[in-house]
Unconditional design. Structure first.
Lengths: 426, 217, 649, 118
């Protein structure tokens, strides 16, 4: 190889390789589509891998051939003779047929998987109605009479059948670690179903552009042991109002990471011996929630990528000296404008359906479409000025002296009371 | 002094058309390409109409009666087949007039060419009159573009067809006025031919609309 | 038959009319080469604009939870970036080549309808300005480049934003359609004697196929946009959810257009690369007929795959399976093209000019995008890919790695023909490598981002999702592309004055455009050449290259272009200073060639037509709309009733 | 290569000059018959529309479609003289028409309307 060539080709080519190589060495991928934790997730995974191998093979073939040609036939000294030919039918037929054969090899499993994943869901499935709103998720469990928002609970090992609908524009329901996505389409009901096979907490996203805060329309999925699911359901069915939060709510949850734990995934304390094996084979770490645990997913042990880290807008402040009072908040709420949009079961006046159901809002881990952790600080800011917390949010601002289309009505004290009340709704 | 050798067939001589590689007239090639394009235009409109057929939650409907639950008013199927059959016939006859106009221009028969061009335009305008009547009567009966999916897709489909007819009538009138002013020579028959192709295509679209929208229940 | 025309001693002459010089000569031009340059500069300008939008996107996404721009602005940025790159960059840049090259390649003096051609350009210019004027009203479109209903309907997007988008695209559609009919007619009817279809240069072929895609796909989006426009302005119900409308109608209509559209974006680039590779391999194109047929096949199949953009929409297993198979089938003719290009280079004598590098870049990079395309074509698998950054990676590989690379190859290749001077190869080398490395650094990580679950069109993402490092890389890559683009811009403008003089045929080209001076005189060919094979110039200059290529060997001497008694085919380049002067060659009149009269009528008609739409967006301002419509009709009559060429004899 | 020559139909004669084809157009005799047939078919269409017993059968829609397709074809072939004109025009028209037809059918299938009976 001449020096000249090295200068002109090798350096940039190596830089190119390096650039591409760099991108692959990032192994922390909590939302990866690979190794998905459900039955159909596995089928898709398998199929995707086939496609990927096919792709890599074709890629190597073409690029290697190209490189060979570039090196072999370069006109180094300026007097290379080109061999004159202008076609070759045999070759051309060959490279028509070979791709056709490769494609047949991926078409067959594709078709199989299409029909497998779009068959009818078993009648024993947990029915979940997923209703998209700009920009939050409503989850209804018609079999249980439970309505919640932005957080899904699913029993491991039981098929969950989602009926996907939207109140406004299109959205798309996607928890990459569990299964592929499906769109929510106005005047349509779409279906998607799969059976989660490991207990854990997963991120979900809206994957169809739906307007200003599309980026902030996230959700969480908690796949839990069936008994735990039942406990959760039973709790969700109660009226939260006036009931003291279950003592266990945040208490003694323990999680266990399975043997195959990777350092990145296991964030929970490992307390061996206290938990049963996961109900279905779990290819990657599974946080196993104990039978005695509360109906609430152990907030303290959530994997860190499931806990939102968004900072509230810097311009938004809250008087830190005030402390909220639950009873005052409860009284205020009964007649507050909130009731026009929010339902709290047990508060007869609060039956609005525009916003998320707040009956057990205190037991959720996030607010605002998975944008902020469900902590007093964020709740207060949210109530004070939701549109600032989340661009375009359809919940108006309530903080006095906050600027907006309509001026707010509540002082920080009142907001603190409301927030205290809401977070008491475990 | 220098010379250049130039084939005369390259110089555009005034009046006559520059010879082309296929021997076909440029404008005629273009109009056929345009008609091909229009196939997709009307295919999209017709598909939309058919897709939305029967999807409107509220009436009035094209063929079926509908009782407004709010007012109790009963709407009969709104399409008026006898009237539309007549207007369809008018449009078909305009196509006949059009071919006669073209053949008159080709023959250099200026008297007939003027008559038939005028007849075509007149029949086209008559068709438009029928359509205007139809639209206003629908509006009186309570169907507008706002009313329901049927109203929107019906008016827009037939409205676009009507707009094509209108453009055709204007085109025909332009040709007619040229013919009246200085006479269309057989050389210029191609201009009439191109207009005729457009005109017949608009007719052909109506044939499809008449069956798909009006007759099929 | 031949007439002998006497020429004065000196061919130089003074312009005789204001339309022949200065700004007017551009405003009134009907010359396909000038119109091509107008397209060229306009689309390069929009490339910078779309690129700046992309750069802001990359800056915003550099860090998680970034607040560089608001969510609203971000949404406007990606919508306008996508819309700009597709409708204001790649399509018109391809149109620049159609305009400049088709008549030269097929041996014509102009397009079939020169004034319609000018009209197309002015409408395009108006459309681009209209669309982007929204920035100044703080109402840039924000519905995404595929503008899904019902988000784009009035109830969910009450502002002017979507109005600009709907109307802007409608205007641009008119331009593309008009140009489509024009080029189809041109290619069918204006070919030089002897140039039957299977001798047509491959770029012209791909351009021909592209025009069919345009005239058949654009009516569909015209209808879809008309519905949206009527919904937004006149209260129809096409996408009105309350009235029972079906949002899938928009999706089907949009993608029925949208998929053919992506082949509208790539086929011209394929054509350019098919011109560049043979020249710098010193070999004829491998499998010319198959290259032609595969282009036709890709275009035809392209109409039967649209719903692969809707696999997540729940169409049911049968539809999914059908569209999956048809989509996969497209990989076959496309693969044939890739392999035929490899076959073209095989055994050749490769010269790595910048144009060649970009052409090879297309072969290498488009393949990557094509392969990820095939990965999307499997519906179950696509459910994990769609609307994620994996898709963003796919389409930038085909659009940037494919279309842009091909167009850059074309720019380096044809710059000398357009301007008379060569681009600087050293700067070109920098441009290529910075672009190629930057492009991979930007878009390759997006594959991983998508597979790691990052949705697209998100104005920001949360920290700790494992997306930071790949987003960093992507943003660095974008910076490299910006740098490369600066090299390109610098090269472009300095070479206009200082570049090496090109002469007729700087590369040893094979097709007719290399036979005439650079830049060509307004009439292109003093004598319309008679074509005897696919590679007319090689037949004459390097017959050894075409010995195996089928052609009739008689009459080759007819190829000569004689101007002033000299064969200009081998004549040296005109002297330096006069290079870009329009008067460097004998005038058409001196040669007795009738060329179309310059006229501003198309310009007036285009702006009047555009103004009708301006009236529409100004709350249906009837006085404006009616006045503009009247002016439009008047100028149209005025134009159509005026003969193309000056009255004479 | 064979493909090379097979496309010469549209090219030039030996002299390299294009010769405008002279097409035989149909005349008044044909036109009046065409008009008559079109009228009759239209009348037939409207007539069967008014036969309730027929409109209810499965044959109604196909019959109407066939009849209007025949009308369509007649106008295109004779009035638009595609039957007599250059092959190129046929390609320019039929190609898009067929594609558009497939598109309509495809869309109707996708929207569950393949059976057009409303
Ligand atoms: C230039 C534009 C261009 C081109 C040429 C292509 C080419 C292809 N595209 Fe792409 N596509 C886009 C632009 C383009 N695309 C854009 C812009 C979008 C996103 C739109 C949006 O949502 O905003 C998109 C989205 C898109 C989707 C939807 C994804 C989704 O949103 O879920 C799909 C799905 O099937 C797809 C598939 C394909 C396929 C199969 C090809 C094929 O034509 C590729 C064929 C080429 C090859 C395969 C490589 C060469 C072949 C060989 C070397 C032979 C051997 C190969 C094999 C056997 C595999 N594309
Ligand atoms: C041809 C089409 C094309 C091209 C060339 C590009 C080029 C680029 N694109 Fe684009 N892109 C699209 C078509 C294209 N894109 C489409 C269709 C979408 C989808 C939109 C949607 O979802 O609706 C999209 C979306 C898209 C996204 C996803 C946004 C999202 O989903 O949230 C991103 C993110 O990184 C991106 C980045 C880039 C970058 C960094 C480039 C770079 O390669 C840009 C490089 C260009 C420059 C850098 C030129 C600028 C030069 C300068 C600034 C130099 C300085 C000045 C002088 C010389 C005078 N693009
Ligand atoms: Cu909801 Cu995006
Ligand atoms: Cu596509």
């Amino acid at each position: 190889m001449t020096r000249d060539l090295r200068m002109r080709w090798l350096t940039p080519a190596l830089a190119l390789l390096l650039a591409v190589g760099l991108t692959a060495c990032n192994s922390f991928a909590p939302n990866t589509i690979f190794g998905a934790h459900s039955d159909f997730g596995h089928s898709i995974d398998l199929l995707t891998r086939k496609l990927l191998y096919m792709g890599v093979a074709v890629f190597i073939l073409v690029e290697a051939l190209l490189l060979y040609i570039l090196v072999k036939f370069r006109d180094r000294d300026g007097n290379r003779e080109a061999r004159q030919f202008h076609g070759n039918s045999t070759l051309e037929i060959g490279w028509t047929l070979i791709p056709a054969v490769i494609l047949a090899f991926i078409a067959v499993p594709t078709i199989k998987t299409i029909f497998e994943t779009q068959a009818k869901a078993p009648p024993s499935s947990v029915q979940v109605e997923v209703i998209g709103h700009q920009w939050w998720w409503e989850f209804r469990y018609p079999q249980y009479g439970v309505v919640t928002a932005n957080e899904l609970y699913l029993p491991v090992g039981r098929t969950a059948n989602f009926a996907l609908m939207t109140k406004d524009v299109l959205h798309s329901f996607w928890a990459p670690q569990l299964n592929g996505k499906r769109d929510l389409i106005s005047n349509h009901v779409n279906y998607l179903w799969f059976t989660p096979d490991s207990a854990y907490a997963w991120n979900g996203f809206c994957a169809e552009y739906c307007g200003t805060s599309h980026a902030y329309m996230r959700f969480k999925v908690f796949t839990v042991a069936p008994r735990e699911f039942d406990a959760w359901v039973a709790h969700q069915k109660t009226n939260a109002v006036g009931s003291t939060p279950p003592a266990t709510a945040m208490a003694t949850d323990t999680g266990k990471a399975s043997a195959a734990t990777s350092a990145t995934a296991a964030k929970g304390t490992t307390t061996p011996g206290n938990a049963k094996a996961p109900p279905a084979p779990a290819p990657t770490p599974v946080m196993n929630v104990s039978d005695t645990a509360s109906a609430t997913f152990p907030r303290s042990q959530l994997p860190r990528w499931v806990v939102p880290r968004t900072d509230p807008p810097a311009t938004l402040t809250f008087d830190q000296s005030v402390t909220g009072d639950v009873t005052r908040g409860a009284t205020l709420f009964k007649t507050a404008p909130c009731i026009a949009c929010h339902t709290i079961r047990g508060v007869p006046t609060a039956a609005g359906i525009i916003g998320p159901n707040l009956t057990h809002v205190g037991s959720r881990t996030t607010i605002g479409g998975g944008l902020y952790p469900n902590e007093l600080k964020f709740l207060q800011l949210w109530i004070k000025n939701a549109p600032a917390m989340k661009p375009g949010s359809l919940m108006p601002l309530f903080g006095k002296a906050e600027k907006g289309d309509t001026p707010g009505v509540y002082t920080d004290q009142q907001i603190a009371d409301l927030a205290a009340y809401l977070s008491s709704l475990k | 002094m220098a010379t250049a050798a130039i084939d005369t067939h390259d110089a555009h001589a005034g009046g006559e058309h520059p010879p082309t590689s296929t021997g076909l007239n440029n404008t005629k090639v273009a109009i056929w390409a345009f008609i091909g394009s229009e196939c997709f235009f009307f295919a999209s409109l017709i598909s939309t109409y058919l897709i939305y057929r029967g999807r409107s939650p509220v009436g009035p409907f094209p063929h079926d009666t509908w009782k407004d639950p709010a007012t109790g008013h009963v709407f009969k199927g709104i399409l008026n087949i006898p009237i539309t059959s007549v207007s369809t016939f008018v449009l078909l006859m305009s196509s006949l007039a059009m071919v006669l106009a073209h053949s008159a221009v080709v023959r250099g028969d200026r008297k007939s060419s003027k008559i038939w061009l005028a007849a075509t335009a007149f029949l086209g305008a008559t068709f438009l009159g029928f359509q205007a009547y139809e639209f206003t009567s629908f509006v009186h009966e309570g169907l507008t573009i706002h009313t329901n999916l049927f109203g929107s897709s019906f008016f827009v489909l037939t409205g676009f067809h009507g707009a094509h007819v209108t453009a055709g009538v204007i085109w025909l009138l332009t040709l007619l006025s040229i013919d009246m002013k200085r006479g269309l020579t057989p050389d210029e028959a191609i201009n009439v031919d191109v207009c005729a192709l457009y005109w017949h295509f608009v007719d052909v679209v109506w044939i499809a609309i008449f069956t798909l929208v009006y007759l099929i229940k | 038959m031949a007439t002998t025309v006497s020429l004065p001693e000196t061919p130089h002459r003074e312009p005789t009319h204001k339309y022949e010089s200065g700004v007017w000569s551009w405003l009134a031009t009907t010359d396909h080469k000038r119109i091509g340059q107008l397209y060229l500069y306009t689309s390069l300008f929009w490339f910078i604009v779309g690129g700046i939008e992309a750069a802001i996107i990359r800056a915003q996404l550099y860090n998680p939870n970034s607040h560089l721009v608001t969510a609203q602005t971000y949404n406007e940025l990606f919508t306008m970036h996508g819309t700009t790159m597709i409708f204001l960059v790649i399509m018109p840049l391809s149109a620049a080549f159609f305009n400049f090259l088709i008549p030269l390649q097929i041996g014509a003096r102009d397009v079939a309808f020169p004034r319609l051609n000018a009209f197309s350009y002015w409408v395009f210019l108006f459309g681009g300005l209209f669309l982007n004027s929204s920035w100044f009203l703080h109402a840039a479109p924000n519905g995404g480049w595929f503008g899904y209903a019902p988000l784009t309907t009035r109830p969910f997007s009450p502002g002017l934003n979507i109005d600009f988008w709907v109307i802007g695209l409608q205007i641009l559609g008119i331009s593309s359609l008009a140009a489509g009919f024009n080029f189809i007619t041109t290619i069918i009817n204006m070919r030089a004697p002897g140039m039957h279809f299977m001798r047509m240069p491959i770029f012209s072929w791909m351009a021909f196929v592209t025009q069919f895609l345009i005239i058949l796909a654009f009516p569909i989006i015209t209808v879809a946009l008309t519905f949206l426009m009527l919904d937004r302005f006149f209260g129809t119900n096409f996408y009105e959810i309350q009235a029972g409308a079906d949002p899938l109608l928009w999706q089907h209509l949009f993608w029925l257009f949208g998929h053919p559209e992506v082949y509208i974006l790539i086929l011209p680039a394929f054509g350019l690369v098919s011109e560049v590779l043979p020249v710098f391999s010193r070999k004829p194109l491998f499998g010319y007929p198959v290259m032609v047929y595969s282009g036709i096949l890709i275009a035809t199949l392209g109409f039967g795959v649209w719903a692969h953009h809707m696999f997540a929409a729940g169409m049911g297993p049968i539809a999914d399976a059908f569209f999956s198979i048809t989509t996969m089938l497209i990989a076959i003719p496309t693969g044939v093209k890739i392999f035929n290009w490899l076959g073209t280079m095989w055994g050749g004598s490769l010269r790595f000019t910048t144009a060649m590098k970009f052409a090879i870049g297309l072969v290498a990079l488009f393949t990557i995008g094509g392969i990820s395309g095939v990965m999307h074509s499997s519906p179950p698998s696509d459910l994990q890919q769609t609307d994620s950054y994996f898709i963003v990676a796919h389409f930038h590989y085909v659009l940037f790695g494919g279309s842009m690379m091909g167009l850059f190859a074309g720019l380096y290749f044809y710059y000398p023909k357009i301007t008379g001077r060569l681009l600087n190869e050293k700067l070109g080398n920098w441009h290529f490598w910075l672009t190629a490395i930057g492009m991979n650094l930007t878009f390759f990580p997006m594959h991983f981002l998508g597979l790691d679950g990052m949705p697209r069109r998100i104005s920001s993402y949360d920290a700790g999702q494992g997306w930071e490092s790949n987003n960093h890389l992507a943003s660095y890559g974008a910076a490299l592309i910006v740098l490369g683009t600066i090299f390109f811009a610098y090269n472009w403008f300095t070479s206009l004055r200082r570049g090496a003089v090109a002469g007729n045929d700087p590369w040893g080209g094979a097709t007719l455009e290399w036979m005439i001076p650079s830049p060509p005189p307004d009439y292109n060919f003093a004598t319309i050449p008679k074509v005897t094979s696919r590679y007319p110039l090689w037949d004459r200059k390097s017959p050894e290259l075409t010995v195996n290529v089928p052609h009739d060997s008689q009459d080759e001497q007819k190829m000569d272009v004689k101007i002033g008694g000299q064969s200009t085919g081998t004549a040296s380049a005109p002297s330096d200073t006069k290079l870009n002067a329009p008067h460097a060659h004998p005038s058409a009149r001196q040669l007795g060639i009738m060329m179309p009269t310059p006229t501003t009528k198309p310009l007036i008609a285009a702006f009047a037509l555009g103004t009708v739409f301006v009236g529409l967006i100004m709350h249906k301002n009837l006085p404006i709309m009616l006045t503009a419509a009247a002016i439009f009709v008047f100028s149209l009559y005025n134009w159509l009733l005026t003969p193309l060429e000056p009255e004479h004899h | 290569m064979a493909a090379d020559q097979s496309h010469s139909t549209l090219s030039h004669d030996e002299k390299g000059n294009a010769s405008p084809h002279e097409h035989t157009h149909p005349d008044w005799g044909t036109y009046k018959w065409v008009a008559l047939i079109l009228t009759l078919i239209t009348a037939l269409e409207v007539w069967i529309y008014y036969i309730p017993s027929f409109t209810k059968t499965k044959l109604f829609v196909p019959t109407l479609l066939t009849l209007s397709a025949v009308k369509f074809a007649i106008v295109v072939m004779f009035y638009m003289h595609l039957k007599y004109d250059a092959k190129l025009f046929r390609a320019l028209f039929l190609g898009p028409l067929i594609l558009a037809g497939f598109t309509i059918v495809g869309l109707l299938f996708l929207f569950g309307h393949l059976v057009i009976r409303g």
